[in-house]
Design a protein around this ligand. Sequence first.
Ligand SMILES: NC(=O)c1cc2c(=O)c3cc(F)ccc3oc2nc1N
Length: 328
Amino acid sequence: MDLETAKNRIEYLKEIIDQHNYFYYVKDDPQITDQEYDQLIRELIQLEEQFPALQTPDSPTQRVGGEPLPYFEKVEHRIPMLSLGNSFNAEELRDFDRRVRQGITAGQPRYVCELKIDGLAISVRYENGLFVQGSTRGDGTIGEDITQNLKTIRSLPLKLKQPLSLEVRGEAFMPRKAFERLNRIRAEKGEQLFANPRNVAAGSLRQLDPKLAAERSLDVFIYGIGSIEGVEVESHSQGLALLGDLGFKINPEMRAFDDIEDVIGFVEGWTEKRGQLPYDIDGMVVKVNSYAHQQELGFTAKSPRWATAYKFPAEEAVTRLEGIEVSV
Ligand SMILES: NC(=O)c1cc2c(=O)c3cc(F)ccc3oc2nc1N
């Protein structure tokens, strides 16, 4: 095969494998069998080995990086990654609503409510549509560069559907089934079990060997735009729709409401239902939808005034201790 033919075949294979990655890992709706997929990947690996000059960083074969890193570089967030203030009950959500209404000068607030995924907050930067860097929140201003580990998360695109330059925020997590499978294997080996999926996700992404991260079946939901060039976005819901169109995995359970009483009904409804989800959530996030309203409301030293995390009441973890029941 000559270079030109190989170049065309490699471009075709990258495109088709990216599409099938999207269907399988982002839409959870595979269009071909695993065998057909593996055949495509194997052909691309062979062609890139035969024609090394044609291998590019955004190739699906580049997801599991090279050798373990000696340490993580530091990354300064251009837009600080803040943390959410908490609301613990309906009355505190009403207080949040009152503060929002006092803080905006025009219009009524519209709220977007999302599941609060219990994982590790990450920031991912794309330039002209290509994944260039991923980092942890760190202290909100300085995080750790975990690019090599984040590239192993198949639901995080290496190449966007449009060549945009932007920075997105999301939560990397371990699905509960993967967590249970991992602990079963550790139990068989007599190793200490992990306490919860969140610890495993954080631990897997903050260790230095990308091959280990690649084995942990991690996943991600993208929940916000840190910064974006060349596109006017006016609201959080519009931003999420754009992120979905670009190929990001967006959590489908978000809902928008105009009345805080409806927000309260929605978040309290999830207190019971959360056990049905294939991943852990530790609450709900309520955000003011309009970016103009968010701009007016601004931030405290460490949190946005336009969002709050509704924390579920602590689950009654009942343990049997020498025959008596205690709630912890
Ligand atoms: N864990 C989450 O599922 C989740 C977390 C955050 C944040 O931490 C967060 C922090 C901010 F300063 C602003 C918005 C945010 O929105 C968020 N939205 C989410 N869905």
